[in-house]
Design a binder for this molecule. Structure first.
Ligand code: ZN
Ligand code: ZN
Ligand code: ZN
Length: 984
């Protein structure tokens, strides 16, 4: 056979301008610019008019730094949701938000302003805070856009906008007027570094070393009252604490009424401790030999009196059921100004609750409790410095029984990471146990109603429900005041006489109006006299002097009312949210990290239940945290930080998106440069698949060339059925936010179904058949439908690439300007029948194929055949399978990629020099015989054909190829007329 290299040039190879190399870092910004000039988001909004609504309400990230991988994950997932809902036919607006007020920004601005701040008027400080927040809003916006997140980025909602501030205040007045708000002294978490109260959600537990001390409190009341055995004896109790600095505030010792207590004789001393803890106390205090003198219930210790270990103060014996027998002594030192439980015990026993630790954590000793000329050494010291001083003083006085260091989990400030203290201060609270007065809910408390509303919400993953229920069930009242400036003022006037607030709804409306026009600055710049009605008098004491409250609202209150300030008010969200509230079928989704059960989900629930009597969402989905491959948190010191912007500039924003889709976000997600690189490899494969699909669509005009579904070749029909199945699955996964399943299914389809199978076996048909032949058009029709479906199905995730592919698809009348304006494919439009029966049949055919491929591979190993086109296959099958295979006879040769296939009932002729093989498929035995193909190899298509003959000077060209060449109007070249060669 003479070689004819020019014949190769007559093959119809794939052709496309779609570049192999993505150049994502360079090209993505260009595509973003294109979307901006298209007005893509606005176009989407317009196109969605009248469709059913779906609302994902954005939880606002805090605007104080560049985005990190957790932000990219959060916004990436939201982008998948919004885009998939939009393509599924919903009107799904997305208005991103930013949380702007609060301590972190105020602290940064403090640092920038330094001493200057002290001379600056409040509005100037607020201006600086606004500018700081705006700087990071702009930065984060550009970064979220860079990774392809689509939304109303030019006008996000900001908790610092005038309107939002006014709505926040309005929501606070709503609470106030409904009777949920009270002002009271209460121990709250307090950061002495930042000098502010902290919410529960602003406290993080970290390890901390505290002095663990056992301290003697001498009994001063009659011991015989406790037990006759103690009559006339010198008796003490022992308390255990890890916060010696709270001892100056010690007012009582609490005992459990039902526990057994024992009086232990240790030398000439007698100590009362809980029976269960006696052994551990004796060990800790190194008592040596002890004997039990008496045993009695804790209840007998109520109203016994003790001497404070170093102050002139009588200490009361009190009863409390929170006393445990796990640690300590069973006798609990009680400082009402420094502990929540202590505070309530103090209330019921009328103990002094005055807090003598100031905002910066300095102790001021009660002068009445100190009779010596000079105050004690710890007076004026910060609590941490006072600890060793107090311990030393107790040791000197013989009150210290034991001291050691204890490393334990201790609350720390989320912002500055200093340990926090509990400190009683005047604060504003929202009471969780206020009865809700509505027609449907008489008698129920706010807490109970909130828990009922949790039950109506779908929590995904489901454990979120229990988590938030427990949090609401056990949480203390919500402390909503902060002693700072950067936030929404608690705009209330307090009576100078009795400290009670003025309750006047008309006045409240007036102040809201003021905020709408001038922002929170107005509270600082407007005189009290100009705001208050003339001659206003205190409703409680008749007082006429009032002062402005200077506290601001907890930032969790700010973001917690976003459903009110944004969803109910923003023209772009109002319709969807109203539909949701009216239960008109619209879902309202909150999607954030799993830590928001105590944060935004929590505060949003409380505000909405109080003001609207219902949860603000129907679905709450939570994501895990981003960790490194070893499961460690990312930190600069570990050097394991993956910066999404860095990935975007090196590999592409698309790779960040693909990573977000690659793992089940409900779990903690591993990320590393290595994993990103792996995503980039997978991206390359997906891109190549698209390129191959597009290349094979060259010359295909769907309008002109599309083959009717009923006329397609069987293999092509099968692929359509498979595509329909994939589409149905993917649409379901999008609906359930199972993006990782979409990712895996698309990968599998691209690699297994397309690259390794369909696109491979089609090569013969696509390259060698006449370009306009029915067979080739059949394949192109299906390739086109697959591409059209796949490009839409991946668009929510591979937003940049899908839009790029979109531009290379065969031109169609009415094609949208961007894939993002298109809708998901309808499964029935891909393939009209139920795909299941057909797929079931093909499953059997694929099982046969697996056996054949194995047999071919064996012969190739034995060098009996070369390429599989040099082979001939006999399939000996029983009747059921034989009928099936014969039905798909025309496709078998192609899908096995051999030159001849016969499906026979019995072994016909010995075609193989080796043994035939036995395989098994679903319904029986199968014999496969492989031998060398018969006939002649076509020089163009390399198939072995019964006849090949000359086409001009081209020798050995099969009939099929000759037809193709004629159709392409390719004439063979003339024989060279080289005389010298001829004569040789
Ligand atoms: Zn702090
Ligand atoms: Zn008053
Ligand atoms: Zn041929």
């Amino acid at each position: 056979m003479s070689p004819a290299p020019e014949l190769k040039a007559t093959l119809t190879l794939p052709q496309t301008a779609f570049p192999m190399k993505a150049n994502l870092p360079q090209n993505e910004p260009l595509r973003l610019a294109r979307w901006a000039s298209l007005g893509l988001y606005e176009r989407l909004r317009k196109a969605a008019t009248g469709r059913p609504t779906y609302l994902l309400h954005d939880g606002p990230p805090y605007a104080n730094g560049p985005i990190h991988l957790g932000h990219a994950l959060n916004k990436g997932l939201k982008d998948f949701v919004v885009k998939s809902k939009t393509m599924a036919g919903f009107d799904a607006p997305y208005v991103p938000g930013y949380d702007c007020h609060g301590l972190p920004i105020e602290i940064k601005v403090d640092e920038q302003l330094g001493r200057k701040k002290l001379e600056m008027p409040a509005p100037a400080v607020l201006e600086a805070c606004r500018a700081y927040a705006q700087k990071y809003i702009d930065l984060q916006t550009s970064q979220f856009e860079r990774i392809g997140c689509l939304g109303r980025w030019d006008t996000p909602y900001k908790t610092m906008s005038r309107d939002y501030e006014a709505r926040t205040l309005e929501a606070f007045y709503g609470f106030l007027e409904k009777g949920f708000v009270y002002r009271g002294l209460k121990p709250v978490y307090w950061c002495i570094h930042d000098r502010t109260a902290l919410a529960e959600a602003e406290v993080e537990y970290e390890m901390h070393t505290s002095p663990s001390v056992y301290v003697r409190y001498r009994l001063t009341s009659e011991p015989g009252v406790i037990s006759p055995a103690l009559k006339g004896k010198q008796v003490s109790t022992i308390i255990w604490t890890t916060t010696p600095w709270t001892l100056p505030a010690s007012m009582a010792v609490a005992f459990h009424p039902d526990f057994d207590y024992v009086a232990l004789a240790v030398g000439d001393q007698i100590y009362i401790v809980a029976a269960e803890l006696a052994a551990s106390v004796a060990a800790a205090c190194k008592f040596g030999l002890v004997s039990e003198l008496a045993r009695f219930k804790g209840s007998v210790l109520e109203r016994a009196t003790f001497q404070h270990p170093f102050l002139e103060r009588s200490i009361l014996g009190v009863l409390a059921t929170y006393v445990t027998a796990d640690t300590g002594t069973g006798a609990v030192h009680t400082a009402p100004s420094h502990g929540a439980e202590d505070f309530y015990t103090g209330l019921s026993y009328g103990l002094d609750q005055t807090c003598r630790v100031d905002a910066s954590g300095r102790i001021q000793v009660d002068p009445e409790a100190w009779t010596l000329a000079a105050p004690p050494a710890f007076d004026g010291m910060k609590v941490w410095a006072a600890n060793p001083v107090i311990v030393a003083m107790m040791e000197e006085r013989g009150a210290l029984l034991a001291v050691s260091d204890l490393e334990h989990s201790y609350p720390h400030c989320w912002r500055c990471h200093h340990p926090v203290i509990y400190r009683a201060t005047e604060q504003w609270f929202i009471s969780l146990d206020t009865p809700v007065k509505t027609a449907q809910n008489e008698g129920k408390t706010f807490r109970q109603q909130a828990i009922e509303e949790i039950d109506k919400v779908i929590w995904d993953p489901a454990w979120g429900k229990e988590r938030i229920t427990n949090m609401i069930a056990t949480r203390p009242d919500w402390c909503i005041s902060r002693q700072r400036i950067w936030g929404v003022p608690i705009a209330v006037f307090l009576c100078e006489g009795c400290q009670k607030p003025i309750m006047d709804p008309a006045l409240n409306r007036k102040i809201v109006k003021l905020f709408e026009e001038h922002g929170v600055e107005a509270w600082h710049t407007t005189e009290t006299a100009t705001l208050l009605p003339a001659n206003v008098a205190c409703a409680h004491c008749g007082g006429k002097a009032f002062r402005k409250e200077t506290d601001i609202l907890d930032v969790w209150f700010d973001s917690g009312v976003s459903w009110y300030a944004v969803c109910e008010s923003d023209p772009d969200l109002k319709t969807a949210y109203t539909n949701f509230q009216n239960e008109n079928g619209t879902k309202c989704l909150y999607l954030e990290g799993g830590d928001q059960h105590r944060g935004w989900f929590h505060s949003s629930l409380l505000t909405s239940v109080a003001l609207r009597g219902r949860a603000p969402y129907s679905h709450v989905v939570t994501a895990g945290f981003t960790l490194d491959e070893q499961g460690r948190a990312m930190s600069k010191s570990l050097g394991n930080v993956v910066d999404p912007l860095d990935i975007a500039s090196h590999l592409g924003g698309e790779i960040v998106r693909l990573w977000v889709a690659s793992i089940d976000f409900r779990e903690d997600m591993a990320a590393s440069d290595n994993l990103m690189q792996r995503c980039a490899e997978i991206y390359k494969k997906l891109r190549n698949t698209f390129r191959f699909l597009l290349g094979n669509l060259n010359g295909f005009d769907p309008k002109r060339d599309r083959i009717a579904e009923s006329d397609l070749l069987p293999l092509d029909r099968y692929m359509l059925a498979r595509t329909r199945e994939l589409t149905e699955n993917i649409l379901g996964w999008y609906e359930r936010f199972e993006f990782h399943r979409v990712y895996h299914a698309v990968n599998e389809f691209a690699i297994v179904d397309l690259s390794s199978f369909y696109l491979d076996v089609l090569k013969d048909r696509m390259y060698t058949f006449a370009p306009t032949s029915q067979e080739r058009r059949s394949a192109q029709t299906v390739l086109w439908q697959i591409t059209e479906a796949l490009v839409r199905l991946v668009a929510p995730i591979l937003s940049f690439t899908a839009d790029e592919v979109w531009e290379y698809l065969p031109a169609m009348e009415g094609r949208e300007a961007s894939v993002h304006l298109a809708q998901f494919p309808a499964p029935a439009e891909i393939f009209s029948e139920d795909p299941a029966p057909l797929l079931k049949e093909w499953k059997q055919i694929f099982a046969v194929r697996d056996e054949v491929l194995r047999a071919l591979e064996e012969d190739r190993q034995k060098k009996l055949i070369g390429k599989s086109l040099e082979a001939r296959v006999q399939i000996v099958a029983n009747s059921g399978l034989r009928d099936l295979l014969r039905r798909y006879d025309s496709s078998l040769k192609e899908m096995l990629n051999v030159s001849q296939v016969e499906v026979v009932s019995t072994y016909v002729e010995s075609i193989s020099p080796t043994m035939n093989r036995v395989g098994f498929v679903q319904d029986g035995q199968l014999n496969i015989v492989v031998g060398p193909a018969t006939g002649h190899k076509c020089a163009r298509c390399w198939n072995f054909m019964p006849v090949v003959f000359n086409y001009g000077i081209w020798q050995n060209v099969c009939t099929r190829c000759q037809e193709a060449l004629r159709e392409m109007k390719i004439a063979p070249p003339l024989a060279p007329m080289d005389e010298s060669k001829e004569s040789r």
